[in-house]
Design a protein around this ligand. Sequence first.
Ligand SMILES: [Fe+2]
Ligand SMILES: [Fe+2]
Length: 305
Amino acid sequence: MDLNKHVIEEFRANNGKVGGMFEGASLILLNTTGARTGRPHTTPTVYLRDGNRYLVFGSNAGGPRHPHWYHNLLANPHLTVELGTEDGAVKPFAARAVPLEGEERDRYWELQCSRDPGFRAYAEQTERTVPVVALHFLDLGANNPERNRMIGRQLVQHHSELRAELRHVRAEIDRVLARKHPADLPEPEDRPGADLASQLRRHCLTFCYALRTHHTREDGSFTAFEKQFPHLAPAIARLRREHEAVERGLAEFEALVNGDGGELPADPADAEKLRAELDRVVAGLEEHFAYEEQHLLPALEAPLR
Ligand SMILES: [Fe+2]
Ligand SMILES: [Fe+2]
């Protein structure tokens, strides 16, 4: 895990170039959504460029199981790919994953093995057929009003889902707070609110994951939006900064949710703290959603030029 983290940091700092065991390899970062957890996953992966698509291989270094990212993409084919660019900095791009099958899969697998025999060696260590997945970059730069409108609709829908999740989390915290008075405590006295606490923790984390995934995906779209709608560049720059600010707030909130003693937030005082921290996180979030909708939707909903 630490190795992964190190590679990711080096990748982002060096425009996609990484030393050590990946020296000279063509790497990208896959940002997928956890199939079971909904949690964002970042994985460095070797790729093979094939025209407009990028092919990735689930060799998992010869391990007995398919890599997590492969299961994640089967459950949710939308991802954000980070790659080095001519501008000298890593940029995120929205993409869609399509597993290759049959003859096409075999052909590209052979091509990859002939380019890098290490892959053939991996395949020999496992019974699995190594999956080959094509990543199609969403070409938002093309004048495709239909696709743009779809993206606009998704943006609004995700915002309303996130708002609903947020209301839910707040209601849970309020339920914990309502138990300040012993008369409101129906549970056994030894573990007051333990059940609520674990529920609350789960909902908090679900919300954090969902918001983070939404922003990762948006960051991927922004790169293309800037090209397609140059007049939006200043607004997008602001939205990116807001994403970073929200991320910092989320990290603090999560640290609080995950607590030290594992008892948080059964204690109303801790719930109070949690509530204050959550309020801080979302203080700017509503404004961010509104600003985003206000600036992006008119461009995305524009009729055919
Ligand atoms: Fe956003
Ligand atoms: Fe958004």
